[in-house]
Design a protein around this ligand. Sequence first.
Ligand code: ADP
Length: 377
Amino acid sequence: MSTPFDRPLVGEVDGGLGQEAGVSPLAGDEERVVESALRPHSLHDFIGQPKVARQLALVLEGAKRRGRPPDHVLLSGPPGLGKTSLALIIGSELGTSVKITSGPAIERSGDLAAMLSNLAPGDVLFIDEIHRIARPAEELLYMAMEDFRVDVVVGKGPGATAIPLEISPFTLVGATTRAGLLTGPLRDRFGFVGQMEFYEPAELQQVLRRSADLLGVELTEDGSAEIAGRSRGTPRIANRLLRRVRDYAEVEADGRVTREVAQAALALYDVDVLGLDRLDRAVLEALVVRFGGGPVGVATLAVAVGEEPNTVEEVCEPFLVRAGLLARTPRGRVATEAAWHHLGHPLPRGGALLGGVGGGSGAPVTPGTSSEPLFDA
Ligand code: ADP
């Protein structure tokens, strides 16, 4: 969907090794193009997220019956879980067009005013990473969301005048990976907030089956189970791993994606049974072997693996914590017992180890022993 409104989506940074090994939940520009072919187009096609999907269906049906745009919708949750897909689905369910932009792309309130004043009645405006919108633009958004009106300021200094401008009734769909960073006034203006959850392996298998059909790939049941188990609860990763495994299947086997083919391909791409990639394992290995399990500060850990602290903190740690392999404590990062098991190292004697969860199933695991939330609720 390309319109004059489109702005480049967030310039998301990807972790070096995370990108290479393919389990980063963030998408690069090229991947976004591939992804659009795999996006579900209706709520019926949308797999998983039963609570959000059901609630949203009611919101949309109510609005359709009243003949008015639905409440503004905020979708929050980690990357790759289907927020953009849902925003596009809202547009297609309502039969309206969706204009797409992102928080970081809206630098000045004038950019936003121009976008808003060009909306047709009932349009959906999707703002990805809405927590990163510039403050003056955010303030303009308040009035637009509430009264379908914006004040355009003309002139500078004492002579500046605000000219009110009517805009068409529209629905804002905001997506955020960090709902906790949203200001109160902005959050309060959303009538519906959907919290996206990580997917169960069975749901990821469904996503994989659907994608395999669309891509024309023969995927066996155990092949999809193998990929789903390594996909970190995230459809974007599941689809990416499927594409990698398909390449392998076509070149090294008869094209069918079976368990054996998936195992061999994912071993080649350095994605282990829990979905950890090389960088994840390097971080864990450094924590366990070099620092005796911690506690150690994230900056030190990052130096030990030759990465930026941000990459370690934002790309690796969320999953390591969720998998119950690493804990963030006030004194630093600590490896859990499960980390030793997963890396195949004997447990140190007499050390005060944190008991871990996870370690073995590869499923989206119980939140770990972290003292900090992974994603703001
Ligand atoms: P987000 O906006 O949360 O980062 P996206 O909506 O861009 O996530 O989803 C990433 C990819 O994952 C999409 O290409 C889509 O094909 C797939 N996907 C996400 N959620 C689902 C779902 N519920 N059913 C099927 N595919 C999904």
